[in-house]
Design a protein around this ligand. Structure first.
Ligand code: FAD
Length: 407
């Protein structure tokens, strides 16, 4: 292992927090290196449209990421691709170990490693990943234009994913293990207005069904004996939204439509896909079955489409059901895709020997981004905090770099 040159500041992670930190460090005249394991841009990279980031309405995630990279290059920050496997204290600073050909020395280190998306870890998920199981509606939703799809989760991210899909897909089933959504009221109101999102409360997904592509989901009541005696469900409790969805690897884990053009061919839109209204882009409701007027949950009944995958004789949900929908026994829901939005996993474990973590694995560090180790800082979504957004990631990056360059 060759040890390369010494830097004033090394930033671990090339998302919004890390790139902002590098920008501030360079502007303070510090020799700065950013190490990124996957793709510069981080979680925002696959986003079709960036919202709530001031001054760039209509920007795409890829466009914003590229602008940040160019800004860093103009400022003279160095950027390399490597996964940091650990950071050790040493005289005068830190040794930053990587999985690449080189390790690096730095006087200051800023950890901006973000989070990645949690998985349900149920049968069929692994096999059908990239074949209908996805963690990013903005990346993969278009493959399921005109079809019925499901979203797992009940927080802001799950509802946002469902809303995004509702303008592309015939119908979206929002499946949540709890009885009520945890999303903000304005989002649930938008969901109600969408007209083709069906809420399925108190339900777990036991299995993703299908061989070459997703054909359906096996559902069970969250509190049922059937559920308890079968595969243990993923515990979403701690996974539910504490911010935005994430990954350390949008290109690898979420799938990158540009990297795998074969996927479009694997998911062609069905010839029978209902036509969209030209003025709204939305599929007319008549095309997807009547909308229920009652707010009462609709108990499922054995339907006309029960010829679909039905393990153990489980009945299938009626194609015309709208919702909210009560599932009282193991039940098959026929969908072409499952979008998982069940929480985030911070990427902090390699650094847990230096910085304390909270019970969910986030760095327990305050607004000043300082850790108990002098010269070591954290920034962005990897930190324990209430809001995980681009603006707060950028703010952290600035705070961490200013503290790092002042100390
Ligand atoms: C689909 C989607 C849409 C979103 N839309 C919006 C939006 O419209 N508006 C908004 O404000 N927010 C949005 N967010 C949230 C926003 O993207 C995040 O809050 C923000 O990107 C967090 O930035 P970050 O730098 O802290 O972390 P991340 O973006 O997660 O970046 C961390 C980076 O660190 C890298 N890394 C991790 N571990 C290592 C390691 N050991 N060595 C080297 N590199 C490592 C990762 O590969 C990653 O690139 C969205 C998120 C997603 C997933």
């Amino acid at each position: 292992m060759q040890i390369w040159m010494r830097y004033d500041v090394i930033v671990v992670g090339g998302g919004m927090a890390g790139m902002t930190a590098a920008m501030y460090a360079r502007r303070a005249g510090k020799r700065t290196l950013v190490l990124e394991a996957q793709a510069y841009g981080g979680q925002i990279l696959p986003a079709g449209e960036v919202e709530n980031y001031p001054g760039v309405p209509g920007a795409t995630g890829a466009g914003l990421s590229q602008a940040l990279e160019e800004q860093l290059d103009r400022l003279g920050a160095e950027r390399k691709h490597a996964r940091v496997t650990g950071v050790q204290t040493e005289a005068g600073g830190f040794l930053v170990r990587t999985d690449g050909a080189n390790d690096f020395h730095a006087a200051r280190v800023i950890l901006a490693v973000g989070v990645r998306r949690r998985r349900l870890e149920i049968p069929g998920e692994e096999r059908l990943t990239g074949r209908g199981v996805s963690w990013c509606a903005t990346c993969d939703g278009n493959f399921f234009r005109g079809r019925q799809v499901a979203v797992a989760g009940g927080g802001n991210t799950a509802v946002q994913e469902a809303l995004h899909l509702s303008v592309i897909c015939e119908r979206v089933w929002l499946i949540h293990r709890r009885d009520t959504l945890r999303a903000d009221a304005w989002l649930t109101e938008r969901m109600r207005q969408a007209g083709n999102i069906v809420f399925v409360p108190g339900v777990i997904i036991r299995e993703v069904l299908g061989d070459a592509a997703v054909e359906g989901l096996l559902l069970a009541p969250a509190n049922s004996a059937a559920h308890k005696s079968g595969n243990p469900p993923t515990d979403f409790t701690t996974a539910c939204e504490s911010g935005n969805p994430s990954t350390d690897s949008p290109l690898r884990e979420f799938g990158n439509p540009f990297a795998d053009s074969g996927r479009a061919a694997r998911f062609p839109a069905p010839a029978s896909a209902p036509a969209r209204q030209p003025e709204t882009g939305r599929i007319p409701h008549a095309a997807v079955g009547g909308k229920r007027t009652s707010a009462e949950p609709e108990a499922h009944t054995t339907p006309a489409n029960s010829g679909s995958p039905s393990p153990a004789g489980a009945p299938a949900i009626a194609a015309e059901a709208s919702g909210p929908l009560a599932v009282t026994a193991p039940t098959v829901l026929r969908v072409s895709a499952l979008f998982e939005a069940v929480g985030m996993l911070p990427q902090n474990q390699p650094f847990a020997d230096l910085v304390p973590l909270d019970k969910n694995g986030y760095f327990l560090v305050g607004e000043d981004c300082r850790t108990p180790v002098p010269g070591l800082f954290v920034a962005g979504d990897c930190r324990a905090k209430a809001v995980r957004q681009l603006v707060s990631a950028a703010a952290d990056g600035a705070a961490a770099a200013m503290a790092a360059t002042e100390d």
